[in-house]
Design a protein around this ligand. Structure first.
Ligand code: G3H
Length: 497
């Protein structure tokens, strides 16, 4: 059960979950807490500490001190600790998954998958770090005009310092460890600010790192109100790098952060282009999986279907047949469609649906909502003047736009301010490559729905979808800087012969 057994110390006597600072679980001096509302029951399920700016200062001070020693810890030892944390995390997948069910209404099986995937990510990160951080470059000067071979240049990768990780509500464990593990293997310390919904799952995950035996202060986790500590954290002079996944807040962070590396993933409007020669069964299965898994609350969800008119009826019919079979209800029952994360999200989704209705979209199902639970809805004949054609619902409602040419599909995709992923369904690989090259998105999937994983693949968004590239190798590199040492010789030195 959450907050019991090995996790007992992360909760105080009043049942409020503690924050983690300098290797200890603490109650905030504020005496205040932040409630976490269960999306299904819409009542308070957990409470976390409302930390103060003073507490943030202390955390960053100890993170800076711990990082100095950690940078001197041999790479293989860092990897060993990460492997240990991964094993502990997997061992305790049940209580962590339970938190995900209660805090973010993630279907029970998906919640377990998120924790196991996170353990695998940590282990892969440890291995990749050992490989890539142990290598550098050697350059000689006479390859540049005007130079003789009098300089030998050695490069290596060194840590940045304190990395601030801000994951989103939809993957509070996986998208936290995708920042924590690369930061740690690269010799950085980490300050985690989890999302409010998902904070308790994240605190449990952090405790697995604590149990693994990482040094005091190297990892900390601060909870609280964004209005109190949000800007304070992101603008703090002690922070050397920010890795953020979420929504528009990321744009604000990028404007306020100083001269530090940023890794940002800020959502998408992933288009699914379906051509006349597509395998319509395959496309329909992927539209449903891509559009409705975790109730559409994934940045990589299919968020607009652009289907050639000639196959549109067939596709819509097949998608509808599958939507019909989706189970709707509680995450505990492992339903496909579960309540969306907050009431304001549900209201926003409803606003998009009503706008489309008013402007003449065809509803393939009756629109139905109870509290935060919205039944899956396919909207056909969506037109570009409808908000849902462009905005990201982050819910189980999916617009279909019928197109008359490939160019029309590409144009719609590229007119979006987002550019995360997209996909194309066709049996013609040559056409697929041309379309992929034309789509202004960080990734294009051919004959499959968009997805971030496998987690070692590069993952990046263009335009408003983000800054930088993620994926294990890219994240490790992004959380390092290059250090160069040049050996200057008194006379040119050439190899034998
Ligand atoms: O929500 C954003 C995530 O990066 C999407 O990850 O494709 O594994 O669902 P996913």
């Amino acid at each position: 059960m959450a907050g019991s057994g090995v996790f007992a110390e992360i909760r105080d006597g009043d049942g409020v979950f503690r924050y983690y600072s300098d290797g200890e679980w603490k109650a905030s001096a504020s005496g205040k807490s932040v409630p976490i509302i269960n999306p299904t029951t819409r009542s308070t399920h957990f409470k976390v500490q409302a930390c103060t700016q003073e507490e943030v200062n202390k955390i960053i001070e100890s993170a800076k001190a711990a990082q100095k020693l950690w940078a001197k810890t041999p790479l293989w030892k860092r990897a060993e600790l990460l492997h240990r944390a991964a094993a502990i995390l997997k061992e305790h997948k049940a209580p962590i998954a339970e938190c995900l069910v209660k805090e973010i209404a993630k279907p029970a099986k998906d919640a377990v998958t998120e924790v196991v995937r996170s353990g695998d990510l940590i282990s892969y990160c440890a291995e990749e770090g050992v490989r890539i951080l142990g290598e550098g470059k050697f350059l000689v000067s006479d390859s540049f005009p005007g130079n003789e071979r009098t300089k030998y240049c050695l490069t290596s990768k060194i840590p940045l310092g304190v990395v601030l990780a801000i994951p989103p509500f939809n993957y509070p464990v996986n998208l936290a460890v995708s920042k924590i593990a690369p930061a740690l293997i690269a010799g950085n310390s980490i300050v985690l600010k989890p999302p409010t919904q998902g904070a308790v799952a994240a605190l449990h995950m952090v405790h697995c790192f604590h149990l693994a035996g990482f040094p005091r202060g190297l990892i900390s986790c601060v909870t609280g109100k964004g209005s109190e500590i949000g800007d304070f954290l992101t603008m703090h002079p002690g922070i050397s790098c920010i890795s953020f996944t979420g929504g528009d807040t990321g744009v604000a962070i990028s404007k306020k952060a100083g001269m530090i590396p940023l890794q940002m993933e800020l959502g998408g409007k992933d288009a699914c282009i379906i051509l006349e020669d597509a395998d319509v069964d395959l496309a329909a299965a992927n539209v449903v999986k891509g559009g409705f898994s975790y109730s559409g609350q994934r940045c990589t969800a299919v968020k607009v279907v652009l289907v050639m008119e000639s196959v549109a009826d067939k596709l819509v019919e097949k998608v509808n047949a599958k939507v019909q079979k989706l189970t709707v209800g509680a995450p505990e029952d492992d339903c496909d469609i579960t309540p969306v994360v907050t009431e304001s999200s549900a209201n926003f989704i409803e606003g998009l649906v009503m706008d489309a209705k008013q402007k003449g979209a065809t509803f393939c199902q009756e629109y139905r909502r109870e509290g935060n639970l919205i039944w899956p809805l396919l909207l056909d004949h969506v037109q570009p003047d409808m908000r849902i054609a462009w905005e990201e619902p982050f819910g189980p409602v999916l617009p279909v736009i019928r197109i008359n040419s490939v160019e029309e599909g590409i144009h719609h995709c590229n007119a979006s301010n987002f550019g995360l992923q997209g996909c194309v369904f066709t049996r013609d690989i040559n056409k697929a490559i041309l379309i992929s090259d034309a789509m202004e998105t960080g990734t294009v999937q051919i004959n499959s729905a968009p997805a971030r994983g496998p987690d070692h693949f590069p993952f990046q968004g263009l335009k408003d979808s983000g800054i930088g590239s993620q994926g294990i190798t890219n994240s490790i590199s992004m959380m390092t800087k290059i250090k160069t040492t040049v050996i200057n010789l008194p006379a040119p030195s050439y190899t034998m012969g």
